[in-house]
Design a protein around this ligand. Structure first.
Ligand code: UDP
Length: 140
């Protein structure tokens, strides 16, 4: 498997509890390199675009409200098989189902406020990275 890049968000429930460092430690210990990172306040338009695939789901409004409720840290992670590796480190969407040793098991509050996002495929990773970073902000 080649070196890949994936897109990560440390969500408002985690920044609010000062968990950026804790999440980053778990990312780096998994062998992933943080090659871009910035703390931003997502606008409603950015959140709606980012989660457009979920626009028909009943939780969409709540999700957009949550993602714009406080600062987030957007990141690009790089490493061997980075997309699947980060999904493994994140754990299941619902923290009640997340495995021991995962970020969501350690930190997530609920299925909605679940501390982190990670891309699910190479195509979405490319789109998500391009939504938040220009090429010269990514330093591999
Ligand atoms: N989400 C939610 N309620 C649900 C399912 C998902 O609020 O019943 C939120 C949650 O924050 C999740 C995001 O929507 O992380 C995207 O859902 P997805 O199924 O893509 O999960 P993920 O890829 O983040 O594990």
């Amino acid at each position: 498997m080649a070196i890949q890049r994936t897109f990560s968000i440390i969500k408002p429930d985690a920044t609010e509890r000062n968990l950026t460092g804790g999440v980053n430690k778990m990312i780096e210990e998994a062998g992933l390199r943080i090659v871009a990172q910035k703390r931003i306040r997502m606008t409603q338009a950015q959140a709606e675009t980012f989660y457009a695939v979920h626009s028909e789901r009943p939780f969409f409004g709540e999700l957009v409200e949550f993602m714009t409720s406080g600062p987030v840290v957007v990141q690009v992670l790089e490493g061997e098989d980075a997309i699947v590796k980060y999904r493994d480190v994140m754990g299941a969407t619902n923290p009640a189902e997340a495995a021991e040793g995962t970020i969501r098991k350690a930190y997530a509050k609920s299925i909605g406020e679940n501390s982190v996002h990670g891309s699910d495929a190479p195509e979405t990773a490319a789109i998500e990275i391009a939504q938040f970073f220009s090429g010269n902000e990514i330093v591999g």
